[in-house]
Ligand binder design. Structure first.
Ligand SMILES: N[C@@H](CCC(=O)N[C@@H](CS)C(=O)NCC(=O)O)C(=O)O
Length: 336
């Protein structure tokens, strides 16, 4: 009997592992990538005036579709709240989550999910009304603070204020749009979230000049993709697409010149773009997968500048998101 039960458990575990391995094959068979994104904040993932999703996270979804399916437009976007995002991935509703999600120990070890490489180094910030004359976090002592449920921010807020002996009253929201409305209506003295998300929110406020983001951040928020545990091939695919976008920036391969560079003579660039070697085969992709991705969305620097940098209303500086040889943390693993 015991042996039977053990065999059944082993069979179940095997089925689970086999299922977990199937995302790449499932995406190819379906012909569409199902990408989990936010419900909408400017710069990362938000529908534009024509209803088309745009942003840094969206460009990653498009890069994956281009690399895997050869067509960046073959993406179905699933907008998810902070609360719902990980269950949607666990339950197989989405193939990958690109939703300003912070990588942490408990998310890595407790959720049955795999964390991909960091594609945006962020930190938790605070937005206040300019006329409130608050200039730093200490100035928020006794403040009412709007915060989103199911985020790293709830915990960071409590930890920071307690350890600095500051008092605060949290007002917790499940939906981000209701949080913004509450803040703009003056129901809280400050609203807290990732500094990038605050910048994105304020550009679409009715009167952006009335608000400011405090220069101080209180946490590390390494944002990146999540996939299901046990699907090494798919997790690798997502990781190497990010790597390719960063490597492309380092080697000066751009959306405009990628095709010409593939026919050039630099051996690193030729391997990256699939002109030599068989780096597509080991991932289960077309040899020109990185070329497809870069032609669709550009290199990491182009993605950054277009969506959140100088080419966008957010105008965020590269900072930690610069290349490693320009003082940042973006460092691609070599294509060897
Ligand atoms: N990076 C943080 C926060 C991510 C997050 O969900 N932020 C909220 C606001 S603080 C958001 O962007 N919501 C957008 C939405 O719900 O569409 C995390 O992973 O917990």
């Amino acid at each position: 009997m015991k042996r039977l039960i053990l065999a059944a458990v082993a069979a179940l575990a095997f089925t689970g592992a086999a299922q977990a391995q199937q995302t790449l094959a499932a995406v190819k068979a379906r012909g569409t990538l199902i990408c989990g994104v936010s419900q909408g904040f400017a710069g990362f993932s938000a529908p534009d005036s024509r209803g088309e999703y745009r942003g840094l996270d969206v460009d990653y979804c498009r890069a994956v579709a281009a690399a895997v399916l050869g067509d960046a437009s073959k993406v179905r976007y699933v907008p998810l709240t902070a609360q719902a995002r990980f269950t949607a991935l666990q339950g197989g509703e989405i193939d990958v989550l690109f939703r300003n999600s912070t990588q942490t120990y408990s998310r890595a070890t407790g959720l049955g999910l795999a964390q991909g490489p960091v594609n945006f180094y962020d930190g938790q910030g605070f937005a206040v009304r300019r006329d409130a004359n608050v200039r730093n976090v200490a100035g928020l002592d006794g403040a009412t603070i709007c915060v989103a449920q199911g985020t790293t921010h709830e915990l960071n807020l409590g930890d920071t204020f307690r350890s600095r002996n500051l008092k605060f009253s949290p007002v917790v929201f499940e939906r981000i749009d209701t949080m913004y409305e509450a803040f703009y209506a003056g129901r809280c003295d400050a609203m807290t979230q990732d500094a990038s998300a605050l910048a994105g929110a304020l550009v679409s406020a009715r009167n952006p000049a009335a608000y400011m983001v405090l220069p101080e951040t209180i946490s590390k928020e390494p944002l990146g993709p999540f996939t299901r545990n046990g699907d090494v091939q798919w997790t690798n695919t997502i990781a190497w697409i990010h790597n390719a976008l960063v490597e492309a920036e380092e080697y000066g391969v751009t959306q405009a010149n990628a095709q010409a560079q593939a026919a050039g003579t630099n051996p690193t660039i030729q391997r990256l773009l699939g002109a030599t070697g068989e780096f597509g085969k080991t991932l289960g992709l077309d040899n020109a997968w990185a070329l497809h991705a870069i032609r669709a969305v550009g290199n990491y620097g182009e993605i950054f500048e277009r969506n959140v940098g100088q080419g966008s209303p957010l105008k965020l500086a590269r900072g930690l998101n610069g290349l490693w040889n320009h003082g940042g943390l973006m460092y691609a693993i070599p294509f060897r």
